[in-house]
Design a protein around this ligand. Structure first.
Ligand code: NIG
Length: 425
């Protein structure tokens, strides 16, 4: 077999009419460049600026005046599953309310699927997400719910996703004792998944895990060296946000039911970050950057469960950093379309276009602590466009990002580069 020719060492993408860099160092109001260009070298961005000043490169692509954005960072998905729950969805649309019990249906189907089938399904879903502009993806376990299956799902997830979250504490399996199962999540199951995951999560909600059980899970997983996130305040008011703040979790996700105290607690985690200015970030005593707890809003899930939309506007006004994610899963949100999430955030949640784009790029990267060069899989920063960051870029078939909400539902994703490689769409 002959060796394929090496790709160009550098690529110039020029004539970008509007380029939303999300580069914090520029300040939020300066993060849009007009008539811009970007140069990629290998997997990194080597130059960014106005097109007329761009250096020569080995290859050149004319964006034709289209809009450029960082690739979407989807910080909350559940992509390792088999089976379908459209009947449950239809029943919900006919008036049933969402209860977490459907997780057990997916658990049964997923346990029965072979490694080959689960991997094939996961790859197809990741490809679908990439075709929609998602270039960096988190996914979770949580449909295994015993030691062997959680390990298997974590292993399979780690072959595809950029970051993997352990969610053994998704539901107490039918017939299991809740206390004994929580112990298992904190011991043997945790040890089994540990080689494959960076994060741990707990579904802290009535019908899932109590505050006390959630605290045990978070403590054990933190002791094991995992970063933390919490599924919280989805189905009602509760302890999720409180626990996330107490444990310094990187994100609390769903956040549909928030008291003023919850919002204030989240806001408090960002005081230093916000005060230090956009380029510095907050710092702790050792000088390290200290982002707070990101509130991850999941608009597609809110619509699909007919839940009150998460109060993203109120959170932003309180100084909380917000992420938008798809929560792609078979029960509550079977879509990986970040374009849809951005449009919904603008049309229904009161965000401006630039706030929504930021939440779906830099916000997601913050939630995964992948916004700097030291992200958890050892790769370059994602979620913003700057020299040295990973070359993750999408071009929309539109002159500006406003078209994402102005033309909702239209196929606007034009071209996508992930780590400098153009994806075939
Ligand atoms: O994020 N909240 C818990 N987990 C998922 C739902 C999973 C399911 O119903 O299968 C969610 O919405």
């Amino acid at each position: 077999m002959s060796t394929p020719p090496a790709g160009p060492a550098s690529t110039l993408i020029t004539n970008i009419g509007e380029l939303s860099t999300q580069n914090e160092a520029e300040g939020p109001e300066n993060s849009v460049l007009r008539d811009a260009a970007v140069v990629f070298e290998g997997e990194r961005i080597s130059w960014i600026g106005v097109a007329s000043a761009a250096p020569a490169a080995d290859a050149m692509i004319d964006a034709g005046g289209r809009c450029g954005l960082p690739g979407w960072v989807d910080s909350h998905t559940h992509l390792v599953f088999a089976g379908c729950r459209s009947a449950e969805f239809e029943a919900r649309m006919a008036g049933e309310s969402y209860a977490a019990g459907g997780i057990a249906v997916t658990t049964d189907a997923t346990r029965s699927a072979s490694d080959y089938d689960l991997t094939r399904l996961l790859l197809a879903r990741a490809a679908e997400a990439a075709a929609g502009g998602t270039t960096y993806l988190e996914t979770k376990t949580g449909y295994g719910l015993n030691v062997e299956e959680e390990r298997r799902h974590a292993r399979i997830a780690s072959t595809v996703a950029n970051q993997v979250t352990y969610l053994g504490a998704h539901l107490v399996p039918a017939g299991a004792d809740a206390e004994e199962y929580t112990d298992l999540v904190c011991t043997d199951m945790l040890e089994a998944v540990r080689p494959y995951v960076q994060w741990a999560d707990v579904f802290c909600e009535k019908g899932a895990f109590t505050e006390e059980q959630s605290r045990r899970v978070l403590q054990a997983c933190r002791d094991a060296g995992l970063g933390l996130r919490v599924h919280g305040n989805q189905l009602g008011y509760g302890a999720g946000v409180r626990l996330a703040v107490e444990f310094g979790a990187a994100s609390v996700d769903h956040v549909n039911y928030l008291t003023d105290d919850d919002v204030a607690a989240l806001s408090g985690t960002w005081t230093k970050w916000n005060a230090a200015g956009p380029d510095a970030g907050g710092t702790d005593a050792s000088g390290a950057r200290t982002p707070g707890t990101v509130a991850t809003c999941l608009p597609a899930c809110d619509l699909s469960t007919r839940a009150p939309l998460a109060p993203a506007r109120k959170l932003l006004d309180a100084g909380v950093q917000v992420a938008l994610a798809s929560n792609c899963n078979p029960g509550t949100s079977f879509t990986s379309s970040m374009n849809f999430c951005v449009a919904t955030a603008v049309l229904q949640m009161g965000l401006t276009v630039s706030e929504a784009v930021r939440a779906a790029t830099f916000g997601g990267a913050l939630a995964l602590r992948a916004h700097t060069g030291e992200d958890r899989d050892g790769k370059r920063a994602v979620g913003s466009l700057a020299v040295g960051h990973r070359a993750d870029l999408q071009l929309l078939n539109a002159p500006s990002a406003a078209h994402l909400a102005y033309r909702p539902g239209m196929p606007l994703t034009g071209a996508v580069w992930r780590a400098g490689q153009q994806l075939g769409l």
